[in-house]
Design a binder for this molecule. Sequence first.
Ligand code: GDP
Ligand code: IMO
Ligand code: MG
Length: 430
Amino acid sequence: MANVVVVGSQWGDEGKGKIVDWLSEQADVIVRFQGGHNAGHTLVIDGVSYKLSLLPSGVVRGKLSVIGNGVVVDPHALVSEIERLKEQGVEITPDILRVADNATLILSVHRELDALRENAASKENRIGTTKRGIGPAYEDKVGRRAVRVMDLANLETLPGKIDRMLVHHNALLRGLGEPEISADDLYKELASVAEKILPYMDRSWQILDEARRAGKRILFEGAQGALLDNDHGTYPFVTSSNTVSGQAAAGCGLGPNSIDYVLGITKAYTTRVGEGPFPTEQQNEVGEFLGTRGHEFGVVTGRKRRCGWFDAVIVRQTVCTSGISGIALTKLDVLDGLDEIKICVGYELDGERIDYLPASQGAQARVVPIYETLPGWKETTKGARSWADLPAQAVKYVRHVEELIGAPVALLSTSPERDDTILVQNPFQD
Ligand code: GDP
Ligand code: IMO
Ligand code: MG
């Protein structure tokens, strides 16, 4: 019996939500272990679309869903997401949703600081964050001044926590020439939401330990993608958490021996939202084609995603940094009808050929992709549900991707619909 971690292998939006929903039929518990409501995961079930940001994608099936300690939780965003899903007929109660008592809270001060910094930054320095307060909340967490979920249950110690946090934030606000925040307002903001959150509070580590001992299947749902990882990504144009699979254990309170299989969700081409290097970006008709065919608009901010060819160099690197056992290749259908398809197989950096993404910001901006060109296919793969339905040339593309990245395709996705998914090798039965 295997526990499976799902992670994004590019810059996010690879289709993690769809695959987690598909896999969750076989899982007993689904757990988020990093990120926050910067994530936007879309599930399409019988033509109905569900958009999740903070809730694990298993909630739609009514599976036990855990928001682990590694997640940063905006309590207001959580409450409104629960409400939104209720309107779509998905009832979320403490029977199926638990939030780690030691998860960090995102407060309005974080959201404001995120926006303030982004708006003040020059074009070159702007990260293009989702302005959800993710970075500032993680900064407070490692700075040991965060307010956490369990603090909502201890309103008598909350003022002290708030004071400690505001010593830092008000100094910053003064420096930026912005009005300071009153401890009273922050207290009221938290007290007002406490009773809506506390019924979900639980010990993530214990729920998962019990599940593990009982031989239940755990599905770990990553957010963002490996190139947005705070260590391994295109720093500083990254998010503020570790998005690689290694975070799955720490982000919910289990050991690494609880993870058996790492599934890297991989788009058949590449997209990125926000600023930062993107070697295979196509700011031309190819990029327009991919963006239009793939409906590449951000779920959270509605921003147009930047689009480009498949970059085997970065995915090959992710296979290493996340220990990927196999991939789910998504959005193959978007490539239908192209005369030829390019794949980046290496980079040229200052006249030399390299086969990895260098760590420095300058070098990442300078690498020039080296492409191989493959013939496209005229038939459609959209909605294909068996390998035999795929055109020969599409199969060749998939096989070549496997060879270049050094990992096998375990699942293939051919449309946004839950069941338009081809199973090659079941990650749970590894
Ligand atoms: P996530 O953040 O990784 O969960 O991905 P998003 O939900 O942000 O973006 C992926 C988008 O592609 C969503 O709109 C999905 O409905 C859609 N999608 C997922 N798999 C496929 C696929 O195989 N083909 C097509 N055409 N769309 C897909
Ligand atoms: P899912 O889970 C794509 C990007 C932002 C920005 C950078 C930092 O849907 O794949 P942040 O608000 O996290 O401080 O922004 O990270 N980003 C994402 N891009 N998909 C996501 O999540 C993302 N979450 C954050 O656009 O460039
Ligand atoms: Mg997304």
